[in-house]
Design a protein around this ligand. Structure first.
Ligand code: FAD
Ligand code: MLT
Ligand code: ZN
Length: 430
């Protein structure tokens, strides 16, 4: 550890197990292992030097941002084997460039801070998610985070104009200029986006901003079935002003009201609830039970927190063709290991992205659920990893969403950039 202490300063190398334990435990508490140490570089140069030292001594490195990831990708997997490289000290926030509508940002900046910065300059950052106070720019790029406004404004990949990243040998890839056109070969910034810390450590990014939103209506609607929700989303989409379309099933509504002490927002209880965010009021059937109120976001934002308060959640994040969702959910509820259990489903419905949560699931049942649910997803032509990434949770199932040629190509890229397999071992690739 002396080598890294000399680089970042002794106070930024944490080794006390009582302190490092939280860096080795993921947000859900489903995965945990003791880090060798937590190393906190101040900038790109220190990041490069730490990586060179780790390469020299053959020490695995797990890059970490806000530790809000939900697939076990941001923590070590065996006790005292890897260091956690915590990137939260990289807090640079550049001046918003009005001419190109972009900003350069350090990897450790939280989403909330980036959003506030963009807003102060009269713009907005397109991606939003409930973990905004902790999730970092580096983590969001590494996972290609999606979130609440993908249906209207796109995912993280679409906001990334360029990044700065350090490879395992300490070399630095830097593409931070605000250039709208720049076809100089392979797009390495986009290769790093969604690579889950397996190819390099992201230290900064040049991000696109969008126009600040004008008046937006948040309409919360109680419905009898998912088909009706899908149909309302299609209508809203056709009008062209839809920025969010979120779904909560009755189980999730019950839990969020109970845990967070929220009132019943509609006249009656329903099987499903749809939240639409639009610039114009949506057209709804006359007899529909609905309310227009921005506070309805809280019922959706706090779904993950509410379920996790009741226990360690078993979670799957999948994407389906939107027209298949109703049929998929019917089958989901009757799988051998879901039957008779409460299956908490909330969704970025506009993207076909379902979050499936169950409680009181032991390791054996978790394995069976992975197999049953993900095989079903594949049968419907869906993706087993929608927006949270593959992490350690889904490496075994990657073949359900990627061909052997695709996996072999990814492995070849990994072997070239990280031949000793020191960056985030066990994550993403089987
Ligand atoms: P971490 O959890 O620290 O790390 C995630 C992954 O990125 C790991 O593989 C890690 O090794 C890698 N990584 C982190 N920083 C770097 C870096 N600088 N360089 C290279 N690799 C790095 N996700 C969504 O997509 N949409 C949502 O709507 C959403 N909602 C959420 C709500 C809650 C309440 C919670 C707890 C999580 C939610 N997430 C959501 C998941 C999570 O917030 C995102 O995956 C986020 O992008 C993770 O950011 P982080 O900084 O916490 O990354
Ligand atoms: C969400 O949309 O609420 C998040 O992705 C978190 C989760 O899946 O629980
Ligand atoms: Zn989500």
């Amino acid at each position: 550890m002396t080598a890294v202490q000399d680089i970042v300063g002794a106070e930024h190398v944490l080794t006390d197990p009582d302190i490092t334990q939280s860096f080795g435990t993921d947000w859900t508490r489903a995965w945990s292992a003791q880090p060798l140490a937590v190393v906190r570089p101040a900038d790109t140069d220190q990041t490069a030097q730490v990586l060179m030292a780790c390469k020299k001594f053959g020490v695995p490195v797990v890059p970490q941002g806000g530790n809000t990831g939900l697939v076990g990708g941001g923590i070590p997997h065996r006790d005292n084997e890897a260091i956690v490289l915590s990137m939260t000290r990289l807090q640079h926030l550049g001046t918003v460039d009005r001419a190109t509508q972009t900003v350069d940002v350090g990897a450790g900046v939280s989403l909330a801070r980036l959003q506030a910065h963009a807003s102060a300059a009269g713009f907005a950052y397109a991606v939003d998610l409930a973990a905004r106070d902790s999730a970092t720019v580096g983590g969001m790029i590494a996972t290609n985070a999606g979130g609440l406004r993908v249906v209207g404004l796109g995912d993280t990949r679409q906001q990334v104009m360029g990044i700065e990243a350090v490879l395992v040998d300490g070399s630095i890839l830097r593409r931070l200029e605000p250039l709208a056109k720049d076809n100089g070969g392979y797009n390495l910034s986009q290769l790093m986006t969604g690579s889950e810390g397996t190819l390099g450590v992201i230290t900064a990014a040049r991000l696109r901003l969008v126009r600040a939103p004008g008046t937006q209506y948040v309409t919360f609607i109680g419905l009898a079935d998912v088909e009706s929700a899908v149909s309302l989303v299609a209508d809203a989409r056709a009008r062209g002003d839809l920025t969010a379309a979120e779904l909560i099933r009755s189980e999730g509504m019950k839990v969020v009201r109970q845990v967070c002490g929220l009132a019943q927002p509609l006249k009656a209880e329903h099987r499903v609830y749809l939240l639409l965010e639009t610039a114009e009021l949506p057209e709804l059937p006359d007899d529909v039970d609905a309310v227009v109120d921005p506070r309805m976001w809280e019922y959706r934002d706090r779904q993950a927190e509410a379920v996790a308060t009741l226990g360690i959640p078993f979670k799957l994040d999948v994407c389906l063709p939107i027209n298949s969702i109703a049929a998929f959910l019917t089958e989901l509820d009757t799988l051998p290991d879901t039957q008779g259990r409460e299956v908490h489903v909330y969704a970025h419905l506009g993207d076909g992205n379902l979050h499936i949560n169950l409680l009181d699931i032991d390791v054996e049942m978790a394995d069976r659920l992975d197999e049953q649910v993900l095989t079903l997803v594949a049968r419907y032509g869906g993706s087993i990893a929608a927006e949270h990434g593959v992490g350690v949770h889904k490496t075994k199932w990657l073949h359900l969403s990627r061909s052997s040629a695709e996996i072999a190509t990814m492995q070849a890229i990994k072997d070239t950039l990280d031949p000793a397999g020191l960056l985030n071992p066990g994550v993403l690739l089987p």
